[in-house]
Ligand binder design. Structure first.
Ligand code: PGA
Length: 262
């Protein structure tokens, strides 16, 4: 398969870490310095909301993303953060539909669809998370035993409902199997490749082949400096969504240099 997308996308999802602005600035400053000579990979850091504007002033080699957004741009919605605000603070990206948001905050495919539409309206690019809950589809050696979980198809078609073709140029899809997140038990590169093909097939059905080939498909779930390159090389992922390892500057920058060595 010809990959239309050449620049890999590496996204750091800090989740609810660290607990002080001081630590957040040290982390972003070190990542910024650590990747300064890297041009061929697009790197995005996604700190918690309160740190965004401060960190924005500190970075130029990496882009800024948020971990979530609301589905309206403004109004009487106490506690919410809108995509328009994120754009104004200098965010280019927003992660939408992370499995932790589904688990702890009840996000449904319908909510994710509304958030995606609002993010695009505000001019943000989105990283849409998808992934099955259980590892049923694998045999004991960890290989797919059947087609990827149909849940993935529902997640993609639900999230993209009503979105027209031009919007798809602003989306990346991150395959993040729930069982692999923060468990130290990543998917195999073969799994990632199967899901990438499955995602492409779904996008071809929903849109067309050209769109399907142009959307970056990332992998996330227990990635680290040892396995990062294999997901890109053998799993043919177009990038990674990195949780725990992105809080360790050395680990994170080595993941990127290992990918560049491919
Ligand atoms: P992990 O998290 O790399 O710590 O497994 C990935 C994610 O939740 O995006």
């Amino acid at each position: 398969m010809e990959d239309a997308v050449n620049k890999k996308l590496i996204v750091a999802n800090w989740k609810t870490n660290p607990t002080t602005l001081r630590e957040a600035r040290i982390l972003s400053g070190s990542i910024e310095a650590g990747v300064k000579s890297i041009k061929d990979v697009e790197i995005v850091i996604c700190p918690p909301f309160p740190y965004l504007s401060n960190i924005k002033r500190q970075i130029s080699n990496v882009k800024l993303g948020a971990q979530n957004c609301f589905w309206e741009q403004s109004g009487a919605y106490t506690g919410e953060v809108s995509p328009a605000m994120l754009k104004d603070l200098g965010c280019d990206y927003v992660i939408i539909g992370h499995s932790e948001r589904k688990k702890h905050f009840g996000e449904t495919n319908e909510i994710i669809n509304k958030k995606l539409k609002a993010a695009f309206k505000a001019g943000l690019s989105a990283i849409l998370c998808i992934g099955e809950d259980r590892r049923d589809s694998f045999d004991r050696r960890g290989h797919w035993t059947k087609e990827p979980d149909p849940e993935i198809k529902d997640q993609i078609s639900g999230a993209l409902a009503g979105l027209r073709k031009p919007r798809l140029s602003k989306i990346s899809i991150a395959y993040e199997p729930v069982w692999a997140i923060g468990t130290g038990n990543p998917a195999t590169p073969d799994d990632v490749f199967s899901v990438k093909l499955f995602v492409r097939k779904i996008l071809s059905e929903l849109y067309d082949r050209k769109i399907a080939d142009s959307v970056r498909v990332l992998y996330g779930g227990s990635t680290d400096k040892k396995n990062a390159a294999s997901f890109i090389k053998d799993g043919r992922a177009d990038g990674l969504l990195v949780g725990g390892a992105s809080l360790d500057v050395e680990e994170f920058t080595e993941m990127i240099t290992n990918i560049l060595r491919l």
